[in-house]
Design a protein around this ligand. Structure first.
Ligand code: UDP
Ligand code: MG
Length: 332
């Protein structure tokens, strides 16, 4: 249907940018230097995620200078997940590469990724190690991944983030997933297809600041745990059942000892402890249930993933349009 476009532009590079004006020019020259060396044709899709530091002006200028560069700018900050989604909608290439604007994803790895793609892989993951990262953050991430490993139905890998190459069919599969709450790491695993990964050494940011503080990471972690299964709910049932059983056993024990030793009533402290523990568990369970209800509420509104302020993307300009519309525009 839109194969003629796909063969026009072989490689699409998607770059979400949020307040990256400090590094964007350096990044762009590093990226184009690598892309020019590869013989295939390419396009770069920048998505400005509501930056307030002049990133948009820089993107406009980059797009004006080169026909291979396109950009879309959001009306506000919608988050990296939304930005990547928008970029995937913009992309026309047969191979689509997602990368960060801060040069933490070295453009020098692209040829290797493309080589692996040519061997038939649908997903090529460049997996970073944790060189140069704070000990606390490393430890927290490690624990998180171990936890996630137990609780989630999809297998997440530490260090395998968003720096990856996707084939056209993998991108089309991702575009078919309509959920508003997009936890990409999980979605990438969920779609499956032939996947290969290699490790590279982590590098610090080339400039600017990371947008992922402790709190945002924590929220992201909870998102990840909850968006891929209902196991926390199952856990609540298990906790409830085992508490019930231990209460029954305790009651029996009290009854038996009352028969054997007669009745005396100490145990005020025990009683308080039990009540507090039980209310805690009940509240936590309610919280878990509430979190899922909140998600249902959020999804049921069916709002678009993002709103576009401006774009030079002439292929598809309907913000929030469904992938079907995108495909139709492409073929038209
Ligand atoms: N980013 C974005 N929207 C956001 C936060 C980040 O588009 O709300 C982009 C950011 O510009 C960068 C990439 O996502 O290109 C990764 O962000 P960052 O480097 O801050 O994350 P870290 O590498 O620290 O995990
Ligand atoms: Mg970064």
């Amino acid at each position: 249907m839109f194969t003629e476009h796909v063969s026009d532009t072989r490689i699409s590079v998607i770059v979400p940018c949020f307040n990256e004006s400090e590094v964007i020019d350096t990044f762009h020259s590093a990226l184009t230097a690598v892309l020019e060396q590869t013989t295939e044709r390419y396009e770069i899709c920048y998505v400005d995620d509501g930056s307030s530091d002049g990133t948009l002006e820089k993107l406009r200028r980059l797009a004006a200078c080169a026909p291979q560069v396109r950009y879309t700018s959001f009306s506000r900050n919608f988050g990296k997940e939304a930005a990547m989604f928008a970029g995937m909608r913009m992309s026309l290439g047969a191979a689509v590469i997602l990368m960060d604007a801060d040069l933490q994803h070295p453009p020098g790895l692209l040829p290797r990724m493309l080589e692996l793609h040519r061997h038939g892989y649908d997903q090529v993951i460049a997996q970073r190690d944790r060189t140069g990262e704070g000990a606390l953050r490393t430890a927290a991430s490690r624990t998180y991944y171990r936890l996630v490993h137990h609780f989630m139905d999809v297998a997440l890998v530490d260090g395998a983030g968003d720096f990856r190459l996707l084939s056209r069919r993998a991108v089309d599969a991702l575009l078919l997933l309509p959920e508003n709450n997009r936890f990409s790491k999980g979605l990438f695993c969920w779609i499956g297809f032939d996947t290969v990964s290699f490790t590279y050494q982590n590098a610090p940011r080339a400039g600017g600041r990371s947008k992922w503080g402790g709190r945002r990471l924590l929220e992201y972690g909870i998102d990840g745990l909850l968006s891929f299964n209902s196991r926390p709910l199952r856990l609540a049932i298990h906790a409830g059942l085992s508490l019930f059983l231990s209460a029954v056993a305790y009651a029996l024990w009290i009854a038996v000892s009352a028969v054997l030793n007669g009745v005396d009533t100490p145990g005020y402290a025990t009683l308080v402890a039990v009540i507090v523990a039980l209310s805690g568990i009940q509240l936590a369970t309610l919280g878990v249930v509430g979190e899922y209800v909140g998600r249902i509420y959020h999804e049921s509104k069916r709002r678009p993933h993002y709103l576009v302020r401006e774009t030079d993307d002439t292929f598809h300009d309907a913000p929030g349009s469904l992938p079907v519309t995108v495909a139709a525009t492409r073929s038209g």
